[in-house]
Design a protein around this ligand. Structure first.
Ligand code: ZN
Length: 128
């Protein structure tokens, strides 16, 4: 772990910081005396990394949004809105692509949707 401000390696654990769903390790830098939170690419998210990853995984497997929402609510106790899931898909699109390569869904829902969206946009542009 390095300091997010001065990149120093002289950092110490300084307790945990709690948010709605996440508890994150807090660090203190001995050089610049500043506080920072462990960085894992999921900073500022209201949900734990595991929840986001599981949701994205279900999405990649081709599960409809309402089923993902139900599953995460009933089995994990998190209320996630469909629009938020789509935000995650956009934000972590590189990760989603990697997941798509690893799993082999029967129907590539995501790809088909973006393809048909692009086509309808083109048609609309030509018309105007
Ligand atoms: Zn520092």
């Amino acid at each position: 772990m390095r300091c997010s401000f001065c990149n120093s390696e002289r950092v110490v654990k300084a307790g945990k910081r709690k948010r709605k769903y996440i508890t994150k390790q807090q660090w203190r830098c001995l050089d610049c005396k500043r506080w920072f939170i462990e960085h894992d690419g999921f900073e500022g998210m209201t949900y734990p990394k595991e929840v986001i990853l599981e949701t994205l995984h279900l999405y990649v497997e081709g599960l409809p949004l309402n089923k993902i929402i139900n599953f995460m609510h009933q089995h994990r106790g998190y209320k996630i809105y469909g629009s938020r899931i789509l935000d995650w898909v956009k934000k972590y699109s590189a990760l989603v692509k990697t997941m798509e390569k690893q799993t082999k869904p029967k129907i590539k829902v995501g790809k088909f949707m973006s393809f048909s969206n692009r086509r309808s946009t083109n048609r609309r542009n030509k018309g105007s």
